[in-house]
Ligand binder design. Structure first.
Ligand SMILES: [Zn+2]
Length: 109
């Protein structure tokens, strides 16, 4: 059943890059911070907590290379879940991040 669900074609209609960063990817960006400490950032109980998590993740994304890494990891996860990627915008507080867009491997099917 799990394989069936993974292989079933799906559509991701709307997501925010910063909101789709896994703790393991944050750990790749910041290997000096223990993974368990990073996982605690993702523990929240309400929308305010979610916004704090979103801000904490965004605070750790500093360079175009950081955005490139989180974009690649996201695309790998989407592909593993059979979510075709047609179009994506990498945007931060300052607008689109061209570096992330140009470094990402946007595979389309
Ligand atoms: Zn949105």
């Amino acid at each position: 059943m799990a394989d069936f669900l993974l292989e079933m074609p799906k559509a991701e209609l709307h997501l925010h890059l910063e909101g789709a960063v896994e703790p393991e990817t944050l750990h790749e960006l910041d290997p000096c911070t223990p993974l368990e400490e990073l996982r605690r950032i993702y523990q929240y109980e309400d929308f305010n907590g979610f916004l704090k998590t979103f801000a904490e993740v965004g605070r750790r994304l500093r360079t175009p290379e950081d955005y490139g890494l989180v974009t690649r990891r996201l695309l790998e996860r989407l592909e593993a879940q059979n979510v075709p990627v047609r179009r994506n915008h990498a945007g931060g507080r300052g607008g689109p991040v061209e570096g992330a867009r140009s470094r990402a491997d946007f595979s389309t099917r």
